[in-house]
Design a protein around this ligand. Structure first.
Ligand code: 3PG
Ligand code: MG
Length: 393
């Protein structure tokens, strides 16, 4: 990899600033709903502590207004969870740019939500200068935020005395790079989600690359509409039909295959009490909402995935949060986990589905990233990674 990594630097007694992505989902009561990102960040933090560094960890949480941190955007619950996982106290430093603080060698503090500072989102060099003054070594271990050029992810990487990638950043790039650079073929991508408009770039990029493209979730309806099927009152984006046709044309020109369901699970509302029915796509009626792939489609898809050598997965096939509309996504998750292919998955909904169906062990690499995962697969250079690479020369 074309950047320095944490293990290459002597950290003893050094002030080490680690930018993590600890942007975890919180429930209505402000409790951490999933701590995967905290666990995934432990390796770098532990390493720096064991080397005798004075460790500062920060992250953004949510999308606070700059200069106005509200209680719900505080990293306090994250600091508490990190403390439990490390088994040592993790004090939260609130006004870390204004008030001097001390970190003894071998210990760690958490610096309050970095996105609350004016200039963070705008990638302000002035702000990054003030942060650079706090540390001897800057570590970026926040792959999940690598698609954002912000002061703690980009400008600071250029201004800090020494800059390197943490172990999570390095392993994400290695695993995803493997799936992208020289994938074993056939390669399949499954992309679900509600809107074609938000995933059009990744669909176009994958259409150039894969042998099998599976479009799931609400997006499948737009593709069904584009191929002349009735979709009733299902979620769809009529203005994206032409874009969907272009994706289909790209695949066809390469001899690649678009997988759409031939049977679906429909209901007249999205609710726990809705009455589901399985229908051929050609029989979808005016009052139907398509809420999942049907069993015949899933048997076909499972077979096709079993023949693949590389599988990339982002997004559910149906409304998997509701049990009766979860079978397609469950079968998909199980099939990917059981397939001989090298498999990678990423995105918040996808990780939730992987955990819900308990298939993590069968998937070769589960990324902690959502947006960064997709932009990397699109073939974009992530600004935070570029900044680290530039420091290596
Ligand atoms: C994510 O959750 O995708 C990352 O933490 C980035 O968060 P953001 O979309 O608010 O920049
Ligand atoms: Mg996001």
């Amino acid at each position: 990899m074309a950047f320095k990594t944490l293990d290459q630097i002597n950290l003893r007694g050094q002030r080490v600033f680690i930018r993590c992505d600890l942007n975890v989902p919180l429930d209505a009561a402000g409790r951490i709903a999933d701590d995967t990102r905290i666990r995934a960040s432990l390796e770098g933090i532990r390493h720096a502590m064991q080397q005798g560094a004075r460790v500062m960890v920060t992250s953004h949480l949510g999308r606070p207004s700059e200069g106005a941190l509200e209680a719900r955007d505080s990293l306090r619950p994250v600091a508490r969870r990190l403390s439990e996982l490390l088994g040592v106290p993790v004090p939260l430093v609130e006004d870390w740019l204004e008030t001097p603080f001390d970190v003894p060698p071998g210990s760690v503090v958490m610096l309050e939500n970095c996105r609350a500072h004016a200039g963070e989102k705008g990638n302000s060099p002035e702000l990054a200068h003030r942060m650079a003054a706090l540390c001897d070594v800057y570590v970026n271990d926040a792959f999940g935020t690598a698609h954002r050029a912000e002061a703690t992810t980009e400008a600071l990487a250029r201004l800090a005395r020494e800059a390197c990638a943490g172990p999570l950043m390095a392993s994400e790039l290695l695993a995803l790079g493997r799936a992208l650079a020289a994938p074993e073929r056939p390669m399949a991508a499954i992309v679900g989600g509600s809107k074609v408009s938000t995933k059009l770039a990744i669909l176009n990029a994958l259409a150039q690359r894969v042998e099998l493209l599976v479009v799931g979730g609400g997006m499948a309806n737009t593709f069904l509409l584009a191929s002349g099927q009735p979709i009733g009152k299902s979620l769809c984006e009529p203005t994206m039909v032409d874009a969907a046709r272009e994706v289909m044309a790209t695949l066809k020109a390469r001899g690649a295959h678009l997988f759409l369901p031939t049977d679906v699970v429909v209901a007249d509302e999205v609710s726990e009490t809705a009455l589901p029915a399985i229908k051929a796509v050609t029989d979808v009626a005016g009052n139907d909402l398509i809420l999942d792939f049907g069993p015949q489609s899933m048997r076909r898809l499972v077979d096709e995935l079993h023949a693949c050598k590389t599988i990339v997965w982002n997004g559910p096939l149906g409304v998997f949060e509701i049990e009766k509309f979860s079978h397609g996504t469950r079968m998909l998750a199980t099939a990917i986990a059981g397939a001989p292919a090298f498999s990678i998955a990423g995105g918040g909904d996808t990780v939730a589905a992987i955990n819900q169906f308990d298939v993590a062990a069968g998937i070769d690499y589960v990324s902690t990233a959502g947006g960064a995962f997709l932009e990397f697969l699109e073939g974009k250079t992530l600004p935070a990674v570029r900044a680290l690479e530039d420091r290596a020369h």
